[in-house]
Design a protein around this ligand. Structure first.
Ligand code: ZN
Length: 238
């Protein structure tokens, strides 16, 4: 089942799993807040890998959504590979070979994403989504994201903030409005009602789809998000 990592409440079963684990990989930067607390209290004696180590991150507000920039995803891969090689040196070559192949795929993906936005003028690249998860995507690929909800989904925005966003959408004639797979749709529905816009689709922000869905892997998720954003921006141009 898909759960929101920002607000996920670990169960007693999770605690048992954690205590038994040899290795745990986390995103870090407060993304899996409750899990981190549970790791500390579960008696976990294995090795912990923080995949975002050595990546320059947005500090104000603290923003954990680094994977939406593919060049940062490559650093995740690096960190996890180093971690696995240290843990299981016998299979070092295997991990390194797999890493090389995957990094090649990520390079192709990164290039492909850039290409999808080439024909859209920079001042027309405005997108509205549920929560502030796409800042790194925006920075990497030249898109500005606006959202009523902040970095974490556990804080409700003020009425004033929502009203301001609605005024901005009308003024800039923004058409690219999305919901996310996990976040609360109430606010986006309100925005749609008050602006008369149509929803352009579902972005995958903080978790993948199931294996049948359009965001079943990291690469599929990035392609899905990019495709629906660029199509909706293109449509708004014509
Ligand atoms: Zn998030």
């Amino acid at each position: 089942m898909e759960s929101d990592p920002h607000t996920y409440q670990p169960s007693p079963k999770d605690s048992i799993l954690l205590a038994r684990a040899d290795l745990i990989v986390i995103n870090g930067l407060d993304f899996e807040k409750e899990i981190e607390k549970m790791i500390a209290s579960s008696g976990f004696k294995g090795k912990l890998c923080k995949a975002t180590d050595n990546i320059p991150y947005r500090k104000n507000p603290l923003d954990p959504h680094l994977w939406h920039d593919v060049k940062y995803a490559k650093i995740y891969v690096d960190n996890i590979t180093i971690f696995l090689c240290a843990y299981d040196p016998k299979n070092k070559n295997l991990y390194q070979d797999n890493k090389q192949k995957f990094v090649q795929e990520l390079d192709n993906l990164d290039q492909w994403i850039h290409q999808q936005f080439l024909t859209i003028p920079p001042d027309k690249r405005l997108v509205v989504t549920t929560h502030d998860a796409f800042w790194y995507f925006g920075k990497a690929y030249g898109i500005e994201f606006l959202s009523p909800v902040g970095i974490s989904t556990d804080v409700e925005p003020s009425a004033k903030k929502i009203a301001g966003l609605i005024t901005f959408i009308k003024k800039k004639k923004i058409k690219a409005v999305f919901v996310e797979n996990l976040a609360n749709q109430k606010l986006i529905n309100q925005i749609i009602q008050e602006t008369g816009l149509t929803l352009q689709g579902t972005l995958y922000a903080d978790s993948l789809s199931n294996s049948q869905g359009s965001a079943s892997t990291y690469e599929n998720m990035m392609r899905h998000n990019t495709t629906i954003i660029s199509q909706s921006l293109q449509k708004a141009l014509s």
